[in-house]
Design a protein around this ligand. Sequence first.
Ligand code: CO8
Length: 258
Amino acid sequence: NYKCLDVSVNNDNNITTVTLKRPPVNSLNLDLLSEISDVLTDLKKSKSPGMILTSSSDKVFTAGLDIMEMHKPDPERFKQFWYALQDVWMKLYGSPFPTAAAINGHAPAGGCLLAMCCEYRVMVQNFNIGLNETQLGIVAPIWFIKTMLNTISIRDTELALTTGRLFKTDEALAVGLIDEMATDKADALKKANAFFERFEMIPPIARAYTKDSLRGSDIEDLKKNREKDIQTTLSLITQPKVQQGLEFYLALLKNKKE
Ligand code: CO8
């Protein structure tokens, strides 16, 4: 009963595959984020052995945050939107169950964030992934940055973030932003499913506590600063220069077709 997601359970290993399905580019608006948040709550409640995140598109994993939610935002709607994003981040980055992303298309900005929240990333060749926020004239929030720091080195994070770098699949593999490369979606799903075999002999409590030891303090930091983070983001996003930057970027996206 989700509008923008397909949720299916693999009968062999009980791993749930959550497929983003909001054409054309799975951009993360309030509706999609709310559904992802709900599914993560369900999986935690049902003590799922694991989740794979993938996309129904054959060229985009997700295009990141829906720029329309940030362009001339209604403050109340924006607050709900940002709250939903924080929720998804806290639930996915901190999930007690293991997670893998089968990245079967481009994963810029928020798309890269969702992939990095997972514990393992398999990506189909010849797509792009990265936190390209500076290219849009916006700044990745500190919790986006911490998520990247949990994935690649401080040095590579600084270079990638200041330049807004998008990595091709093979470049992402070289820097450790992804764990494995795949030839197509089926291959990515096969490799993502194989990741969970590593935990067959590991007591779930031990693995969940270990993950929490590594990631828990990042989540606590956001929990303490949730309201402040919303206010800071709203005041940043509503600056005329930032709005002009977003308009320019939207026009670029539209014009590239012509
Ligand atoms: N939001 C809204 N609409 C989008 C987005 C988006 N993120 N991305 C694409 N679209 C729209 C396009 O404008 C186009 O619309 P239309 O059909 O009306 O012309 C439609 O989706 C299809 O897009 P494309 O034709 O570009 O599709 P392609 O398959 O050729 O390309 C890409 C797919 C590579 C994903 C490409 O669309 C792209 O590069 N998109 C932009 C990705 C991006 O830079 N996203 C950044 C979003 S910002 C973010 O996630 C974090 C923000 C942190 C906030 C900090 C606040 C201070």
